[in-house]
Design a protein around this ligand. Structure first.
Ligand SMILES: [Zn+2]
Length: 271
């Protein structure tokens, strides 16, 4: 049984000292591939450097909406250059929760990145927080369907809008949060088997019901099997089945070869 963590921020400062150990623990836990998230030009460069030519780590290249205000005329040309080695454009999108960048800036640079994805034939790694229905309107107007709505935490109507567009939906440890993630236990059943993806969003969103809680509450890809089991319970199907489906979906979306021969693929999931 193997898993793909489609969103891990391994360039985050909290991983600087021990990223090799973090990767080794992920492999030992049954994670066969990790997509490292890029959130700025600099960070995307780091993510691509980290992933190198490995068959285990891959990277996205994009500008998170928090950083939209830092974008300028050079942003898209630089992103276009980085994108040739990236498996997706993003994370990009809208964040009307924190509002670190003005909404017009967020929309402008989200559209620019979405158009870059279309131009290059690359999938989009999408971030949206409290931006429904505007976010879905933009996706619809650009006819975006080759994309994942990463870290889905929204309500039924928002989910339906993404599924109508044909998007993949990424589920994180938010589903393990008995306070704010309860609605996801029901909604995850409505995601078609060929559209579901799993992610940790490490070092953020440590599953609240993980025992013992990790040091400094840092989330890491080795905890992905915990999220898998929560999702499998919610949909009422064996974890092995959900693991196989979500791995196939990740490989399809990010155009990765099936990895039947890697050593990690032979290891069982950690208990
Ligand atoms: Zn995000």
């Amino acid at each position: 049984m193997t898993l793909v963590d489609i969103g891990a921020n391994l360039t985050h400062a909290s991983f600087q000292a021990d990223v090799a150990d973090v990767i080794a623990r992920a492999r030992a836990a049954g994670v066969a591939r990790i997509i490292v998230t890029g959130t700025t030009l600099e960070d995307s460069r780091k993510a691509l450097d980290l992933s190198g030519s490995s068959d285990f780590l891959f990277a996205t290249a994009g500008i998170h909406p928090h950083h939209a205000r830092e974008c300028g005329p050079d942003t898209i040309p630089q992103l276009r250059a980085l994108a040739k080695d990236a498996v997706a454009i993003g994370e990009c999108g809208l964040d009307f929760n924190r509002n670190y960048s003005p909404h017009p800036d967020q929309e402008k640079w989200f559209v620019a990145q979405a158009e870059l994805g279309l131009e290059l034939g690359k999938p989009l790694f999408l971030h949206s927080r409290d931006a429904h229905p505007r976010f879905a309107q933009i996706l619809k107007s650009l006819k975006i369907q080759d994309a994942v709505a990463h870290c889905f935490t929204g309500e039924r109507e928002e989910l339906k809008a993404y599924l109508d567009l044909g998007l993949y939906v990424g589920i994180t440890g938010w589903i393990c949060d008995e306070r704010r993630g309860k609605h996801l236990l029901e909604l995850v059943r409505e995601i078609p088997r060929d559209r579901l993806l799993l992610e940790t969003d490490a070092p953020y969103l440590t599953p609240r019901d993980l025992r013992p809680q990790p040091k400094a509450r840092r989330n890491e890809p080795a905890f992905l099997p915990h999220i898998l089991r929560a999702v499998a319970r919610a949909v009422g199907r064996p974890p092995e089945e959900v693991a196989a489906e979500t791995t196939r979906n990740a490989n399809t979306l990010f155009r990765l070869h099936e990895s039947g021969s890697s050593a990690a693929a032979q290891r069982p999931l950690a208990a």
